[in-house]
Design a binder for this molecule. Sequence first.
Ligand code: PHE
Length: 329
Amino acid sequence: MEILEEIKNTDSLEKLEELRVGLFGKKGSLAAEFARLKDIPPAEKKEFAANLNEKKALLQNALDERFEFLKSAQMEQKLKSEYIDVSLYNRLTKNGALHPVMETMEKIIDYFVALNFSIEDGPMVEDDFHNFEALNLPKHHPARDMQDTFYFNDGSLLRTHTSPVQIRTMMQSKPPIRIIAPGSVFRRDYDLTHTPMFHQVEGLVVDDKGKISFANLKHILTDFLQHMFGEVDVRFRPSFFPFTEPSAEVDISCVFCKGDGCRVCSHTGWLEVLGCGIVDPNVFKAVGYKDVSGYAFGLGVERFAMLMHAIPDLRSLFEGDNRLLEQFR
Ligand code: PHE
């Protein structure tokens, strides 16, 4: 049958469908042949019908076979054109990460938040009262030289420490107080270990008279420093701050030489890491507090980050150099 050949050679599903309609459609050639059945003499009818049915089955078979073939060929074509090479290299995206200073800050904050300290904030542009006066640093007091200050023409200034947040918190609320105040501070200083902007975390605890002692301060700071630096020795050295009395500077045994003496600790075996003390009565007077006791401490976050990560030059933390930052991802 010629038509069988034609079906076998059809090269598209559309053409195959045309052939199918031409054969099996309502007006198709098979329908026409079946219509002839009624004119066939009864003696031949049976054979004619049998032939016709056989032909119909043959054609149907051929159409089905060709349909399957073309369909799978089409699928193969599609798979080929939509092929994805999963072994190709990805265009790698870079993950960001916290800056070492922020990461250190978060670690510090986490420690104190777990002990129920709340976090306080204050303005970076301060006034003389909050940054100095109320902290027992009257005008012309020589201790003001401890901090080289950036002043604006109107007398306001960039806060030189986070201690003004102590004053703002105490003036806004009543004891008991248990806060930390993380933030940026500013001083006119620039060398290996000083930048004009750096970060501090301030701590302040105030409660009724007699409730807060130096022992409490010593205990919490020792535990805090061992949490941050691991198994280090902690030493409290008498010192001076206008806003605390008595005051201390706190050292840890050198994390680089384990106390033997090296360049980083200037061969002393110790590294100074924070300042602290019992809140001076003059500070409580300035904020109108009576019959209370408290301790305060302040630390430099960059210094912590440098010691924790053995970063030799403080300034490298602020240069935005990815080669440095990528080491902390
Ligand atoms: N404010 C002090 C400084 O910046 C640190 C400090 C805070 C010391 C609280 C004692 C108590 O150097």
